[in-house]
Design a protein around this ligand. Structure first.
Ligand code: EPU
Length: 421
């Protein structure tokens, strides 16, 4: 096992390149199951989750490989399979987004239920509700979702749950509806940039989708889809994480390839907290000279503040004088990082789905443990500003979603190393 060692206290300076969005790549790779023609997906970073999705496509009888930031997918019509096994799905929840494409293309799917998740209860009832409305016969058997349908038929589907829209639920139902007979209306559809990216990929494949970027998607089913060559958008969560790295260390960094229009809520809160953010020649410059100010943040579906930035924002709050508050409205239990940050000297109190953060003058480096992807990123950020040495174990979580984070940070001047435990 590997761990990260960080010696904190160095303001970051320089330029960092933002990779392609993991949460776009995964459903887009799943969408390639909808055609019999090859697809080329570009700007795909070499992450653990990407390799897991490649393994899953292979298990489904598809030829898939990653090379030089590009995924090549080649279906072999006679060898296609419809079972997504537990061994793969349990390592990556996003595997569930092969369900819609398998059902609409192969008319049957058997996909393992993802099981527990450290960030809280993550049901897939909305996915199943949408696929049933399209005519899928769905049952749960021995830990698997078993779905069948001779021909899916367009329907009107309201896709909201107690926490609002569902990103992968929308992806699954949209991917099923593009090959269904007739018109589908998805109401309360997610409008995250990654869903827009998936819709744009589907358009390139020949799908008919209207209302992209709104909460009502109108889909006219087509008989078949063709292959597509597509480049995914930059990762807004990786961008946001580096913005906080610049801010927390009192540094001055420039983000290459970040898409400013996807970062509105994060930029707004960071500016309120006293961080300077400007757009200079296509690059986002993030710097901080003055003191940080406390802020209140509530996570919400896009374009609200993303839950995937909640842990990282909390790290910034730990060293902000005064009281800051974060309320989690997507995953009310997504607070695994709190105890670890407190081990580094932070003063965070949980009250229901809110964290009350009393800023301290200094964090102090400590051995800590990563529990999930974004919690790991939060610990790295805390380590960058803590006094002394922080050692973060279980960093395989980080490798699921951040490309070579220690290399990118080291290039910005951080003292950070990956070592064997
Ligand atoms: N929900 C339901 N029923 C469902 C589906 C979701 O009640 O059938 C609830 C969830 O429990 C949650 C809320 O709806 O309270 C939103 O969940 P959503 O379905 O939108 O999450 P997801 O699609 O499973 C994606 C990202 C997550 C990100 C969430 C929210 C991918 C691969 N994953 O998950 O990303 O946190 O949207 O924005 O796109 C990450 O990258 O670290 C990560 C966890």
């Amino acid at each position: 096992m590997e761990k990260l060692v960080i010696e904190g206290g160095k303001p970051l300076k320089g330029e960092v390149e933002i990779s392609g969005a993991k949460n776009s790549c995964l459903p887009i790779m799943a969408a390639s199951l909808l055609t019999d023609e090859p697809c080329v997906i570009r700007n795909v970073p070499p992450l653990r989750d990407i390799h897991t999705m490649i393994k899953l496509l292979k298990a489904l009888g598809i030829k898939a490989e990653w090379s030089n930031y590009t995924v090549f997918v080649e279906p072999r019509v006679k060898q296609r399979k419809y079972i997504a096994p537990y061994q793969l799905v349990k390592t990556m929840r996003a595997s569930v987004c092969v369900l819609g494409p398998l059902l609409s293309k192969l008319h049957r799917a058997k996909v393992s239920l993802p099981g527990g998740c450290v960030i809280g209860h993550r049901p897939i009832d909305l996915h199943l509700k949408g696929l049933s409305a399209l005519g899928g016969e769905i049952s749960i058997e021995h830990g698997y979702v078993v779905a069948k349908a001779k021909q899916l038929k367009g329907a009107r589907i309201y896709l909201g749950g107690p926490f609002g829209s569902s990103v992968l639920g929308t992806a699954n139902v949209m991917m099923a509806a593009v090959l269904a007979k007739g018109k589908t209306l998805i109401e309360n559809a997610a409008s995250e940039p990654e869903i827009i990216d998936l819709a744009n990929f589907l358009l390139k494949m020949g799908a008919k989708i209207k209302g992209i970027a709104t909460h009502i998607l109108e889909i006219e089913g087509v008989k078949e889809l063709k292959g597509a060559d597509y480049s995914v958008i930059p990762d807004r969560i990786e961008a946001g994480t580096y913005m906080i790295a610049g801010a927390i260390t009192g540094g001055d960094i420039r983000l290459k390839s970040a898409q400013i229009e996807h970062l509105g809520a994060v930029i707004d809160k960071l500016q309120e907290a006293g961080v300077e953010i400007t757009l200079q020649r296509e690059e986002l410059r993030v710097s901080r000279r003055g003191k940080l100010r406390p802020v209140e943040v509530t996570t919400l579906p896009y374009p609200g503040f993303p839950t995937d930035m909640q842990a990282q924002m909390m790290s910034l709050m730990t060293v902000t004088e005064g009281i800051s508050v974060i309320t989690e409205k997507i995953y009310p239990d997504r607070f695994m990082h709190v105890a670890e940050l407190n081990r580094m000297g932070a003063e965070i109190m949980l009250e229901g789905a809110s964290a009350i953060v009393k800023g301290v003058k200094k964090l102090s480096g400590a051995p800590v443990m990563a529990s999930d992807l974004r919690a790991s990123a939060a610990l790295v950020l805390a380590g960058l500003v803590a006094k002394g040495k922080t050692e973060i174990s279980r960093i395989y979580h980080l490798d699921r979603g951040y490309e070579a984070m220690e290399k990118k940070l080291a290039k910005l001047g951080a003292r950070i190393w990956r070592v064997k435990e």
